[in-house]
Design a protein around this ligand. Structure first.
Ligand SMILES: Nc1ncnc2c1ncn2[C@@H]1O[C@H](COP(=O)(O)OP(=O)(O)O)[C@@H](O)[C@H]1O
Ligand SMILES: [Mg+2]
Length: 212
């Protein structure tokens, strides 16, 4: 499914325009890696991994009932009211931080962060989570709307088609490839082709591939 995909990183930024294949790649990567502990922030109701939880209190109670070594999968759906997201996301990140070795997936990160502001619990998770054995995937349509600390802390970046010229320039810098190479990526639903470029931020190794 993922020609050329690397799979070593712990903090993975997943960047690309809407419909460019971010969630498809994430689902394929989760299926391949099959993490023992999985916690998903799912604002678009598109994941169905393990138990689906829509109530924050239920999420708290479910996690509290687990023994440290228990495997689990939880999909948390914060619902349609984005005005409630900042409080819910803060709680979600604080809960995730208490679970060693968890694989955490954040969809649509730019809904809950901004270039100059990261919620404190998210900031702690993305800065210190690695030391607790965590793997964090965070997806966004717009790199320019993500908090800069997060992109700077990524151990791997997976980037698919971008439509905005500022985003092309930004990702060209982060990926260390030409703007032309970033701009040329294709997301073609009819052809079932979704290009991506990945960079291992620790080694600098860059790979181009596509979902098929
Ligand atoms: N399981 C699937 N089978 C076929 N097409 C899919 C599937 N999942 C998503 N798609 C389509 O693939 C494209 C990429 O989807 P998606 O990964 O959700 O993009 P993104 O998360 O970047 O917005 C979309 O056009 C979507 O309709
Ligand atoms: Mg998506």
């Amino acid at each position: 499914m993922m020609a050329g995909s690397q799979n070593t990183a712990r903090i993975i930024g997943v960047i690309g325009a809407s419909g460019s294949g971010k969630s498809r790649w994430l689902k394929g990567t989760l299926a391949k890696g099959d993490p023992a502990k999985l916690l998903i922030w799912d604002p678009l109701n598109e994941y169905d991994h393990g138990r689906i939880v829509t109530d924050l209190r239920e999420l708290v109670e479910t996690l509290a009932a687990l023994e440290p070594a228990d495997p689990f999968k939880l999909t948390y759906r914060p619902g349609p009211d984005m005005a409630t997201y900042s409080k819910k996301f803060e709680a979600f990140c604080a809960l995730a931080f208490e679970v060693p070795d968890v694989c955490c997936v954040i969809e649509e990160l730019a809904d809950v962060t901004s270039p100059s502001y990261a919620p404190p619990a998210w900031s702690r998770l993305s800065r210190q989570g690695r030391h607790k054995g965590m793997t964090i995937f965070a997806a966004s349509q717009r790199p320019t709307l993500m908090d800069k600390t997060f992109l700077g802390n990524c151990t791997m970046i997976h980037c698919s088609r971008l439509n905005d010229e500022n985003d092309v320039k930004t990702m060209s810098r982060y990926l260390g490839v030409s703007q032309e190479q970033v701009r040329a990526m294709v997301a073609d639903k009819a052809a079932g082709r979704f290009d991506f470029i990945e960079r291992d931020m620790q080694t600098g190794k860059t790979v181009a591939g596509h979902l098929t």
